[in-house]
Design a protein. Sequence first.
Length: 216
Amino acid sequence: MNWSELPGLLLIGHSLGGAVVTDLAKSGKLGNTVLGFAVLDVVEGSAIDALQSMQSYLLTRPKNFPSLSSAIEWHTRSRTIRNTTSARISVPSLLRLDPSEPSANKTKTWIWRTDLAATEPYWQGWFTGLSKKFLDAKGGKLLLLAGTDRLDKELMIGQMQGKYQLQVFPEAGHFIHEDQAEKTAMVVADFYRRNDRSALVLPPKVGDLLKAKISA
C-alpha cells in the first residue's frame, strides 16, 4: 500500500481466522496501530469440543461436485450457509477444478481447494489457550456468536467483568457474517467508531484555558 506508517487497524477473523487475529493482537507485533479486534463464532471450549467430530464431518461432506451450482446448493441445503445470496458469492472460492481430469473432458469436476484433513495435527494447537489470549490482548474486543452456549467459563467471567463486547445472533449459523451480513456489518462499523482514536476529541488543557482567559 506504500504507507509511510500503518493506519489504525481493526482485525477481524472468523472461526480459525478468529484464532489467528487473536494471536496477532496478543503478540503486540503491530504495536498501537491495532484499535481493536473482532472474533466471529469461535471460542476455545466449543472449538476443541467440535474437533472430536471433525473427521466425521469431513467424511460425510461431498468430496467433489459436478458444478459450482451444485456446490452452492449443498451448502444451503445442509444449512452450512443459510443465506443463498452470500453462498453464491463465497462458495466458488472454496473450490477448484480437479487438475487430474483430462482437459478434453466436457464435464468438469470441482474439488475442495484446501485439504482440511491434512491439517489435523495442528487442530488442537490452533485453539488451546484462545480464551486467555483473547482476554489478555490489548485493544477493544468484540465477540460475535451464534449462541451463548458457545461461551466457556473464562469468557463468561470476562463478559460479566465488561472486558469485551458480546453480540449474539441466535438466528445465524456458524457463518454469522454470511447468514446475517447486514447486522454483522453494522455491529463491526459501530465497534470501529467507538475505538477510532482519530475521532477522539479531548477537552482543552486547564493551562491553555487559563492562558486564553488572561490574554482576553
